[in-house]
Design a protein around this ligand. Structure first.
Ligand code: PLP
Length: 395
């Protein structure tokens, strides 16, 4: 006889795994929710088959994104005037993604001699192990880049400015020469935070950001982004992103989302203080040259004035050649507010000396180069700290 079947209560383990509670709809708040996922659920097989990881109108697997990462990607693309963005685990992973998406054995890539050093390290590895040729050019070459382009040149890297020696390249001139010959241009746009330079207005094909810097702003997150407004290029990048498995953690994505509304305010504050400190350093006899794009003595200053609308907190100085490395190391060690450490874009001021002649094919300046990242402290206190550290060099 058919009776009403009483459902047997599920075992404790099943109950622990399957919970029927659904929070009421209608919750609204400013923070973007943190959606963690490896597995993404489908209603049925038909729904599963209908979805594609390539489309950001739905979800397939955590590696390809959740609402949290899609939201950050959309924000970042918008900031730079691009249409598409992919998040990756670090700024360097963004550089790797671009190289691997656009280069294959037999191809040639042109890289500025002042490039962020791990970009060079990657290119040299692609060159020694993967049959790609990597050549280095003078960052101030401008349209002279045309003479270096070969039939197999597929990509030209730019960095604006070089994040150690600060030369500002003529991006529109490089892009024009490249595009006349069917070559793509990638830009490491980290220095500008995406807010002081609009890459696609100046002809760039692909921009990348180390979100580790200004976008995170907290010295606590490693993440990168690749941005383009070209759908075909995006498809190539997306395929490589999938093949490399470049997923990001949603808690980290949340940290960047949380700090994004203050990006421009923080950038402008870094910028204002950095210019005060840089102008003060210009007057010091110990310093032979202040390499800050907003100062006329910086190579490429006129281009910065033409193309940029801000400068942020990062610049370098060259000490007078009469000071030994032992003395300039003593200067760096004597700083109290400025800490010694890589990266930048956080609230804390940092200072790092570089052996730049070992990083470049060609470097003709004399004097030790020291790079400052100006944080969010008061300018007077930073200047007083530098002043007393300069004193220590003479002791
Ligand atoms: C820091 C930095 C990167 C790499 O970022 P990570 O997240 O540290 O890998 C790339 N380019 C520039 C100019 C940088 O300063």
């Amino acid at each position: 006889m058919m009776g009403i079947e009483v459902q047997k209560p599920k075992g404790i383990n099943t109950q622990l795994v399957h919970n029927d509670y659904e929070a009421p709809a209608g919750f609204a708040a400013f923070p973007v929710a943190i959606h963690h996922a490896s597995t993404v659920l489908f209603e049925n097989v038909k729904a599963m088959r209908a979805r594609s990881w390539l489309e950001k109108s739905s979800y397939t697997y955590g590696l390809h994104g959740t609402p949290t990462s899609f939201t950050l990607e959309a924000h970042l693309a918008h900031i730079e005037g691009g249409d598409h963005c992919l998040l990756v685990p670090s700024g360097l992973a963004a550089i790797t993604l671009i190289d691997l998406a656009l280069l294959q054995s037999g191809d040639d890539v042109l890289i500025p001699d002042n490039v962020y050093n791990p970009n060079r390290e990657l290119a040299n590895w692609l060159s020694s192990n993967f049959g790609i040729s990597a050549r280095y050019y003078d960052p101030l070459i401008g349209d002279g880049i045309a003479a270096l382009i070969q039939a197999n040149t597929k990509l030209i890297w730019t960095e604006a400015p070089g994040s150690v020696s600060m030369e500002v390249p003529d991006i529109p001139a490089i892009c024009k020469a490249a595009h006349d010959r069917g070559v793509l241009v990638a830009l490491d746009n980290t220095w500008s935070g995406g807010v002081a330079f609009q890459p696609f207005d100046h002809g760039v094909d692909i921009s990348m950001q180390a979100l580790t810097k200004y976008q995170s702003g907290g010295s606590d997150v490693l993440m990168g982004a690749v941005i383009t407004n070209d759908a075909a290029l995006y498809a190539r990048l997306q395929l490589t992103h999938m093949r490399l498995g470049f997923g990001v953690g949603m808690d980290d994505v949340y940290l960047v989302l949380r700090n994004l509304p203050t990006l421009k305010l923080r950038f402008d504050a870094h910028d204002k203080t950095a210019r005060q400190v840089a102008e003060w350093l210009q007057k010091r006899p110990e310093i032979s040259r202040v390499l800050h794009p907003a100062l006329s003595e910086c190579p490429g200053h006129d281009i910065w004035k033409r193309d940029f609308n801000g400068a942020g907190g990062l610049f370098s100085v060259l000490f007078d050649a009469k000071y030994s490395e032992e003395q300039t190391d003593r200067f760096v060690d004597s700083l109290e507010l400025f800490k010694i450490g890589f990266s930048w874009g956080g609230a804390h001021s940092l200072c790092v000396p570089y052996r730049i002649e070992k990083m470049r094919e060609s470097w003709t300046e004399s004097g030790i180069l020291v790079r400052f990242n100006i944080g969010l402290e008061d300018a007077e206190d930073l200047i007083a700290d530098i002043e007393s550290a300069l004193q220590s060099m003479h002791e």
